[in-house]
Structures are given as structure tokens and as C-alpha cells.
Design a binder for this molecule. Sequence first.
Ligand SMILES: O=C(O)C(=O)[C@@H](O)CO
Ligand SMILES: [Mg+2]
Length: 254
Amino acid sequence: MTQFSANLGFLWTELPLPDAIRAAAAAGFEAVECHWPYETPAEDVRMALHETGLPMLALNTVRGDAGQNGLSALPDRQEQAQHAIDQAIGYARRIGVSKIHVMAGIAQGAKAHDTFVANLRYACGAAVAHGITILIEPLNAHDAPGYFLNTLAQAANIIAEVERDNLKLMFDCYHVARTEGDVASHLQEYLPMIGHIQFASVPERAQPDGGDLDYAEIFALLDRLGWDQPLGAEYRPSRETGVGLGWMQTLRAD
Ligand SMILES: O=C(O)C(=O)[C@@H](O)CO
Ligand SMILES: [Mg+2]
């Protein structure tokens, strides 16, 4: 049966993170994930996870200064990028997170590629002893102009070059639909390298029961393919988060 993870970077953002975890549990989510939890004491998050029994699946490395969207592909920022990776691993260990999205940043060209590969090797090396998987995520140019990582093929090349078992693809159906189309075929093609899947309606990035992409079909396909990890609901609610959750019943494959 499909399971869902509430992305608390977009859902229940009006609540402090520990209360957002409680709201997600009360709404029936099987897991949570977040973007940048660093201002919330890890102990408060750990307590809320313990109290609700929900796992926190993933978090992101910091974006960096205003206007940046990650540091790991920025030539000449390697020290800060590795500090961000260490910070994410430290926080993840305190709350029991097993996946970290290492954000590339706004960059392009061969030097950015080499820097990203080097920082990902650093991240994988630092994470492996703690059972943590590193994720990279292609973002579409409409939402993330100038972002270094845009396509599944680019991500697959980087994963092959880094050559570490704990480096995986974050497959965000919304970004893939906006950039490359045919989400169903791409899911099947890239399944072996996927570490986490996220979703939102296309093109609005709202609840998944609207828009151009039929998530009932996508979730049924994932079920048939044997995907058994919670899928990340990473959308911007068009109303209050708690009143737009009917899709959890109507789209769930079982
Ligand atoms: O924007 C997305 O999509 C994400 O998954 C974030 O983690 C990165 O901004
Ligand atoms: Mg995403």
C-alpha cells in the first residue's frame, strides 16, 4: 500500500517543526521529511518523532547566502560546502534521519561539475559509517533558475562518476514532469538508482489530486514496481494544509 511522507518544508509551515510533526501524525502520514531544520533544537524534533512514532526520512544541506540554492557545486566554496555537509550529518544523527539531500547551488560548467563530484565523494564518505544515504535532485529551471542539476541524465552521470553505493537520486515527479515529461517511463528507467520520491500537482505544485499528472496512475505503478518507501508530499497547499488532504484516501494504491 502506498505510504506518504509529509514534507514539512511546504506543509504546516505555520507551525513550529515539532508541532508540524504532530500535525502530520494526526493527519495519518506514515513519515515526515523537511528542508532546513537547523534553527529548531534537535532534541525538540527528536522528542516529537519519538512521541508520534514517525520517522524523519530526509533533510537538506543549507542553501548558503541569500540568492544561493546550495553550495556543493560552487568552485571555491568547498570549505563551506563540506561544513554544510558535516552540519547536516550531525543533525541527521541526532534525530535519526537516514537520507540527506546535498544541494548543488547555482553554477554551471566543468569546474562546477568537478566540485560537485568531489563534494559528493566527501559527503558519501562522511555519511556511510552512519548508515546515511546522500541524495541529489534535479530541479526544474522555472522554480530554480540557474540551479546546477537539471536533468535525470545529468544526475545519473554524476552518480556513475562518484561511484559510491550510498549516493542516490531524489526523483521529484513535479520537477521531472516540468523538465522532461513522461514521469511514468522515467520512474521505470531510473528506479534502480532512486533513493527517494516526491510529488506535487503539475504545473501548480499544489495538492496531487489536481493538475495534469494522474497520480492515481503513478502511485499504482510504483506499487506494481514494488516501491515500498513513503512518497514525499512536497507541495504548496492551496488552502490550509489540514483541509486539503482528501487525496491521501483517493490516490493511495492498495
Ligand atoms: O525543491 C525541491 O523540490 C526540494 O526537494 C528541495 O529539497 C530543494 O529545494
Ligand atoms: Mg523535491
